[in-house]
Design a protein around this ligand. Structure first.
Ligand SMILES: *[C@@H]1O[C@H](CO)[C@@H](O)[C@H](O)[C@H]1NC(C)=O
Ligand SMILES: *[C@@H]1O[C@H](CO)[C@@H](O)[C@H](O)[C@H]1NC(C)=O
Length: 172
């Protein structure tokens, strides 16, 4: 198991750009937001750009990734799509509500944890950590990792929004 994992990691490090991205392809599909934490809470509360109900992620062989989600504005679900462009292994640049550097911290068949460094149109900086899941519940261990990553960035516990609690946007 360890050897297999090591060869995947080495594969990611030494593969050509497109090949490394291909290894992420199996993680494409339906995903749901569980929690997002942010150093500025207004970014993740209703009406904020990161009050985001994720639906679908698609990793493409050309080093881009598409993310479909809804945000809520005046109680309405508004459909959004953004494209990330791979900068390094597990790091993407995304233009949305300013500029974002998105880093994948954890990737498994049923959970993704990502951190986002957002610089908005006014130059205000926000650190976010998001956890997406495949199922209704996420495992204790993955949730613990999420909490550790938020603490590491100095994000207070009350700056976390539970999105599985109130997701009433359309399925797709
Ligand atoms: C990357 O591939 C996707 C899927 O084939 C395509 O929709 C997109 O336009 C491509 N992007 C670039 C920058 O080539
Ligand atoms: C988040 O909401 C879900 C769905 O209502 C619930 O099961 C879960 O316990 C909530 N998480 C926390 C930390 O309160």
């Amino acid at each position: 198991m360890k050897v297999l994992l090591l060869s995947v990691v080495l594969g990611l490090l030494y593969a050509g750009h497109g090949e490394a991205q291909l290894l992420l392809k199996p993680f494409s599909g339906e995903w749901k937001t569980h929690y997002i934490a942010a150093s500025n809470k207004d970014k993740i509360t209703e009406g904020g750009p990161f009050h985001a109900y994720v639906r679908h992620i698609e990793f493409h062989a050309n080093n881009t990734v598409d993310l479909d989600f809804y945000v809520k504005s005046d109680g309405e679900c508004v459909k959004k799509q953004v494209t990330g462009v791979r900068q390094r292994i597990f790091v993407y640049h995304v233009e949305y509500a300013g500029e974002n550097e998105v880093t994948i911290l954890h990737l498994s068949p049923d959970a993704i944890i990502g951190s986002i460094h957002n610089v908005d149109e006014e130059g205000k900086e926000t650190d976010l950590v998001a956890i997406l899941g495949k199922r209704d519940r996420i495992s204790y261990l993955v949730h613990r990792r999420f909490k550790r990553e938020t603490r590491k960035r100095g994000i207070p516990e009350e700056n976390t929004v539970n999105f599985s609690d109130n997701d009433d946007c359309p399925e797709e």
